[in-house]
Design a protein around this ligand. Structure first.
Ligand code: PMV
Length: 311
């Protein structure tokens, strides 16, 4: 049996503007993971078992274009496997779905790695990333590729669409609280709405994307220098610009306010927005109070994570 796992992720700064060529910062979240196991099957066929999405059945019974089917078939194609041996594929994940934590990309990355190991042909990180990106297109329409990249490489990245990935290093670890609104983030829809805004008034929104890009560069510098408190106001500014882009929501704004009132240094939505997650930068001694305030303000789940220095 071959097993592979992949972490969740959050976008620290730069979502949406990243689709328009500006940089974004994203980090892995190791408290949550997707796990894929591939093993011999007694009967011919590719038997998929994904209990989290109540999916049990043979590969060819899935509709063409189904994400799991697409990932598995693309691995076979890449490895030149035309007659795959009988196998059982089990996929589980503790990453909440549609909340901006990268569950789709993590499942793809774990599955690609477990399958290629089972078939005895390891793929490079670049190949894994490229295959996971193809699957992301099914989830998101026109993804920037940031999710699959940070999850494949499992380290903080400074990401610019179409450019080689740039891992970056936190000078010191810092804690973040992630709070789930419990509302699925309609990323495809929010990305589409931003596109319509931009098409109608390109100059206005290009200026907003530029402002977000400047925040991202300042945040990277602060993280690399260990100037963690400086990130708080940058998060607040980034959140305000995302509001202007219409991708926040009353729930996200309420959580952001609750976090700040409870002692967070800054807070912003993370990912596609309109639902999904909020992230809050917390002084370590305020982490518990901020988590409690977020739950009181309606968060369905909170995760305290620490952004690590690079291994
Ligand atoms: O909702 P998430 O975390 O998968 O992130 C979407 C990020 C966007 O910038 C809004 C879209 C993209 O493809 O980068």
């Amino acid at each position: 049996m071959k097993t592979a796992s992949a972490p969740g992720k959050i976008i620290l700064f730069g979502e949406h503007a990243v689709v328009y060529g500006r940089p974004a910062l994203a980090v892995p979240v190791t408290q949550v993971r997707a796990v894929a196991q591939v093993m011999d099957a007694p009967a011919p066929g590719i038997w998929i078992d994904a209990p989290d999405i109540a999916l049990h059945g043979e590969l060819t019974a899935l509709p063409p274009g189904h994400a799991l089917r697409t990932v598995i078939e693309s691995v076979f194609r890449t490895l030149g496997v035309s007659a795959p041996p009988p196998m059982r594929v089990r996929v589980t994940s503790s990453i909440p779905v549609a909340s901006g934590l990268g569950s789709g990309a993590a499942v793809s990355v774990a599955l690609i790695r477990a399958l290629s190991a089972f078939l005895g042909q390891m793929l490079s990180d670049e190949q894994v990333n490229a295959l996971a990106y193809e699957a992301e297109k099914l989830h998101h329409g026109t993804p920037s590729g940031i999710d699959n990249t940070v999850i494949t490489f499992g380290r903080p990245v400074y990401f610019v669409r179409g450019q080689p990935i740039e891992p970056f290093r936190a000078a010191r670890p810092f804690p973040l609280v992630i709070a789930d609104t419990g509302i699925p983030a309609p990323t495809r829809e929010s990305v589409g709405d931003v596109r319509r805004l931009w098409e109608a008034e390109p100059a206005r929104w290009e200026a907003v994307f530029d402002a977000i890009g400047s925040i991202v560069r300042a945040a990277r510098q602060a993280i690399e220098r260990g100037e963690i408190p400086a990130l708080g106001p940058l998060m607040d500014e980034n959140h305000a610009l995302l509001r202007e882009l219409t991708v926040s929501s009353p729930e996200l704004d309420r959580l952001a306010q609750a976090a700040r009132t409870a002692g967070a240094l800054g807070a912003k939505l993370s990912g596609g927005g309109r639902g999904g997650n909020l992230i809050a930068l917390v002084p370590p001694e305020r982490a518990e109070a901020v988590e409690a305030a977020l739950r009181l303000a309606g968060a369905k789940r909170t995760i305290l994570t620490t952004i690590q220095e690079n291994p």
